[in-house]
Structure formats: C-alpha cells, structure tokens
Design a protein around this ligand. Structure first.
Ligand code: PBG
Length: 327
C-alpha cells in the first residue's frame, strides 16, 4: 500500500532549517587532509599549470602555506617531496636531510596544531619514475621494501605523525612497521594506500611530482579499475600487517569501493583521496563557466564522506574549509 498522501517526504525539505535537521552527513575542515608539494630548488617552486590553485613550495617558503592551512581550521597535511636530483635507487629519499624530513621539521617547528603525514614512495626520487627499484624492466618488490622502511624512519625521526606508503608494494606495511619499531619510532603510525588503482586520474599530479614513469606503466603494482573484491583483500592484508588507517584512491570514481571497504572494516579509519584529475576536471569545467566550482566541489566531497570515508585528502581542502564556514 502506498503511504502517500499521509507520508510526504517533502515536508522535511521545506525550509533550510528543516533540511539542516534532516542532514545525514556533514563536512568540516578537520575532515580534510591538505596535500603539500615540497621542492628542493627555488626555481622549481610556483604554480602547477595542470592544477590551478596548487603551488609547489620550498622548505623556506612553507610558512605562509602552513599559516593559511591553520587559519581555515584544517588539522592535517600530507607532504610530497620533489628532489632536485633523481637516481636509480632513490637516494634523495633517504638520509636525514631529504626534502620531506626537512619540511616535516619545519612544519613541526612552526606549529603543534597539525598532524603531519608523509607520502612514502620512490617514484618522484627515481630517474625511471617507478615506485620501486628496477631490475631489467620489472619493479623489484622485495628489494624496494628496505628502501621504503628507511624512508619511513627518516620521516618519523623528523617528526611525522603518520607515514603513508603509496607504492603498492606487497608487504610494504609490515616492512615499514618493522623498520619503525626497530628504530624505536613506536609512535609513528601508518596510513597505507591500501587500495590504489592504476588510474588515469593521476595525470596532473605526475606533473606536480615529476613522477611519470619513463617506460611502461604502473599496472603491475597498482590495481585494475575493474576490481572491487580485490580491494577487500588489499585492505585486509594491510590491516593484518599493522596499518593504523587505510586509504582508497581515487575517490569519486570508486565510491562503491569506499563503501565496501568501510562496511568490511568499519573499525579501521578510512581515508579517500580525491586525486589530481578529479580536482583539475572540476577546475577546468568551472574555468569554462560550465560548472559551479564551489557547489560541485562540495557535492563531490560530501559524496565521498557519505560513501564511508572518515577523512578526505583533497586539493580543495583550503577552499572547501573557507566555503563551509561562509554558508
Ligand atoms: C605516488 C603517488 C601518486 C599519487 C599520490 N602518490 C601518483 C602515482 O601513483 O602515479 C597521485 C595523487 C594525485 O593524483 O593527486 N605513488
């Protein structure tokens, strides 16, 4: 039996106040993780052409960016390093004075209000642009693990709260947890890119991080976009290996995956990464006058949260935080 006209769904939509009352999902600045690209040379700093509104900073020019992030209420940042020199074994990623560790120390000197997360991957440090070391034309999984462990320890020693391995190497969480514990960095946590697809939406990021593979692609380590059940296996392995939080990436094209992972592991903090291509598509359409940037960006972000993400890595973090406080 139909409930109409006794039941009218529109009653709860009639005024802005009722719609607020009825709202199931809310966004606020602490939901967002703000990505920061840190370059080594002054000449490399400045706007990223394929990501309007996003700039690359040097360690010395981070202060203003950090102030801006704090002033809008954001509580966490994700640091990506872009070294001046690249080499086959990612030497720039290691050692105390690697660019990410220097950025982390600077941020921690500036403020204790921010959780600092660091991307742990070799692709922007290797001259071939792959996420692990190369033997022949293959990425050598196990040989890469030790480097990832060392890199994570360098970041943790500089003060990183969480390290975020993004290379999709098997066993990376276990290797990093071991390395951190052996280095007595027990308090440094891991946010693993557990479910990362071999996506074409990363295009603009690879300009920003200079991490386009020189040959081949990432399909031997990142996931096939056709698969969702495999995401559950990836998430489970990382949880078993000791990760503190997990991630699904990209976000909007994979809302079903976010939901499945959240339902399967409701107790594990889940991040979703609204990647560079998702951001730049909205920017480009808005620049053409085809979409309303603010409305579309906020709608995408609420969709990602509604799907099950507890936190969202997004290049809209600063703008969205401002927009949210002005509505
Ligand atoms: C590094 C890494 C990538 C992104 C985050 N970490 C790129 C890649 O796998 O090529 C993409 C982020 C984005 O597109 O915004 N492995």
């Amino acid at each position: 039996m139909s409930e109409f006209p006794a039941k009218r769904m529109r009653r709860m939509r009639n005024t802005a106040a009722l719609r607020e009352l009825r709202r199931e999902t809310r966004l606020s600045p602490p939901d967002f993780i703000h990505p920061i690209f840190v370059v080594e040379e002054n000449s490399a700093a400045g706007p990223v052409p394929s990501m309007p509104g996003v700039s690359r900073h040097t360690v010395d020019s981070l202060d203003r960016e950090i102030e801006a992030v704090i002033s809008v209420g954001i509580r966490s940042v994700l640091v990506f390093g872009v070294p001046a020199q690249k080499n086959p074994t990612a030497a720039g990623a290691l050692g105390e004075d690697n660019v990410v560790s220097r950025a982390v120390s600077r941020i921690k000197d500036l403020t204790d209000r921010l959780a600092v997360i660091t991307d742990v991957c070799l692709c922007s440090y290797t001259d071939h642009g792959h996420c692990g070391v190369i033997h022949g034309e293959q990425v050598d999984n196990d040989a890469s693990l030790e480097l990832l462990g060392n890199m994570a320890v360098a970041h943790a020693r500089a003060g990183a709260d969480l390290v975020a391995p993004s290379g999709m190497m098997d066993g990376m969480v276990r290797a990093i947890r071991r390395a951190l514990d052996e280095a007595r960095c027990h308090d440094a946590g891991i946010l693993s890119y557990a479910v990362k697809y071999a996506s074409s939406f990363y295009g603009p990021f690879r300009d920003a991080a200079e991490s386009t593979p020189a040959f081949g692609d990432r399909r031997s380590y990142q996931m096939d976009p056709a698969n969702a059940l495999e995401a559950l296996a990836e998430a489970r392995l990382d949880i078993e290996e000791g990760t503190d939080a997990i991630m699904v990436k990209p976000a909007l094209p994979y809302l079903d995956v976010i939901r499945r992972v959240k339902d399967a592991y409701p107790h594990v903090p889940l991040a979703a990464y609204q990647v560079s291509g998702e951001y730049s598509m909205i920017k480009a359409a808005a620049a053409n006058g085809w979409l309303d940037e603010q409305k579309v960006a906020l709608e995408s972000l609420i969709a990602i949260k509604r799907a099950g993400a507890d936190m969202i890595i997004t290049y809209f973090a600063k703008d969205a935080s401002r927009w949210l406080s002005s509505v």
